[in-house]
Design a protein around this ligand. Structure first.
Ligand code: HEM
Length: 433
């Protein structure tokens, strides 16, 4: 292997440590969206993991939740679907029964109902199916990168990371390239529903009562529903080999999805398949900008790509948490969890737990044991788009490395205001050709 630069004693040539210079404050309020606008307060998660790994937090509205901060505990919650249900909501937001029903997607079902929905689209997202799109996705990636790098300086998010995932997902869904920008804006409004840059209705800063019955409490969901119905009408009259057509087929019990189920399913695909990959790409590049030896080593040793991608995924941990609800009283991690309590798995914390990962703040392009929880793990809800996301990340880094000697930071990154999604909204970069 070629090894650019020199390394401190004992550190493999493929690694840097720590990969983040600033772990943030150790006393952040992890429920506050504002606590994430300078990046994840890792020092707070690190302290909580050590002091109180199953931690109770009171919320301002009088409710509260258990934070599961350690790797093994998060795995245990994720796999025990009988004790920790998804059916009462998967984010921190408190919803009443009527809202939960109206906004239910496959994410908020437990097996066996979950299986009925997931089977509809599973085959469309397998590794083998996704591989058949590689040439088309690589061509798209090359085009987007060629255009972007004509400029010496640009916003990596705006020009590259934001452009690609939705257009790539569009190829599987069967939506047109021209509709890509609308879908990106809608996806941003959903997952950025707490950030004023992406929505006029940030949920904790404005009155969103009018949208309480639609996904993400976002007006964008209403527009997506209308678009979804237009797409459905089109596929009913002219079926194609795409995911939208599959969503209209009968489910395992013989009945098709209702319009509401279809709308919610389509919405969750747009939300989940868009910003998550964008922010993973951006976190990955940002880490390389802060630690240029990583970029140089990866570029000189393309055989590192499979492990490097998993390390980008682990360290970026873009969906920071998912919630479950206890179905019964249970003792867990030395705490008495009561039936109905909210239980939140913090994947960003689990992914940096020394009990799960050697030197968790070491970024190692060649990390061997890396069973990260970035896509969830060991449960029915394991990310549907994991293979698509992996392919996208691989193609983007492969095509970037063919064209760019190195990137440099050309300004400060801006972070998403969200306790749910760890996102970099803007990353000004300079190209060293
Ligand atoms: C790096 C990018 C991504 C990350 C970090 C990510 C993360 C996750 C996580 C953590 C879950 C588990 C949720 C839970 O346990 O309740 C999940 C589920 C899901 N993801 Fe992803 N995801 C990514 C990309 C994608 C893409 C590209 C798609 C494409 C459509 C997608 C679609 C979904 C869907 C539909 C589910 C729900 C699966 C179910 O409930 O059965 N994701 N994702």
């Amino acid at each position: 292997m070629s090894t650019p630069g020199t390394q401190p004693l004992g550190l493999p040539a493929t690694a840097v440590e720590p990969y983040l210079q600033d772990l943030g404050p150790d006393d952040a309020d992890i429920t506050s969206h504002d606590a994430y606008t300078n990046g994840v307060p890792h020092a707070t998660f690190q302290r909580l993991r050590a002091e109180d790994p199953v931690h109770w937090t009171e919320e301002q509205d009088g409710s509260g939740f258990w934070s599961i901060l350690g790797y093994q505990d998060a795995l245990n919650v994720s796999r025990d679907v009988a004790t920790f249900t998804s059916s009462q909501g998967i984010r921190l937001e408190e919803m009443d029964a009527e809202q939960t029903e109206a906004r239910r997607t496959l994410m908020e079902f437990d097996p066996p109902d979950h299986t009925r929905l997931r089977r509809l689209v599973n085959r469309g997202f397998t590794r083998r199916t996704v591989d058949t799109f590689e040439d088309a996705i690589r061509a798209l990636t090359s085009d987007v990168i060629d255009t972007a790098v004509q400029n010496e300086e640009f916003d990596f998010v705006h020009e590259i990371a934001q452009e690609l995932p939705m257009r790539m997902l569009g190829k599987l869904l069967g939506t047109s390239d021209e509709d890509g920008h609308r879908l990106v804006a809608w996806g941003d409004a959903l997952l950025g529903n707490t950030d004023p840059e992406f929505t006029d209705y940030p949920i904790d800063l404005t009155d969103t009562e009018a949208f309480r019955m639609v996904p993400f409490r976002s007006p964008a969901a209403i527009e997506i529903f209308q678009y979804a119905q237009e797409q459905a009408a089109d596929r009913r009259s002219c079926p194609r080999d795409d995911i939208i057509t599959k969503l209209l087929e009968p489910t395992l019990d013989g009945s098709p999805l209702t319009d509401l189920e279809f709308n919610n399913f389509f919405t969750v695909l747009v939300a989940a398949g868009n910003d998550t990959t964008r922010y993973t790409l951006t976190h990955g590049l940002w880490t390389m900008l802060n630690n240029p030896t990583l970029w140089d080593t990866w570029k000189a040793n393309p055989e590192l790509t499979p492990t490097a991608i998993e390390e980008v995924l682990r360290t970026s941990s873009v969906t920071m948490h998912f919630r479950r609800t206890a179905t019964k009283d249970v003792e867990f991690g030395g705490k008495q969890i009561r039936k109905g309590d909210k239980v939140v798995m913090w994947f960003n914390s689990a992914n940096h737990d020394a009990a799960g990962f050697d030197h968790p703040f070491r970024f190692d392009l060649a990390r061997e044991k890396n069973d990260h929880m970035t896509f969830g793990r060991n449960g029915p809800h394991l990310c549907l788009g994991a293979w698509l996301a992996r392919m996208e990340i691989r193609l983007v880094f492969e095509e970037l490395m063919k064209r760019v000697t190195r990137f440099e930071l050309a300004g400060e990154p801006e972070f998403l205001r969200s306790n749910f999604i760890s996102g970099i909204k803007h990353l000004p970069v300079k190209v060293v050709a």
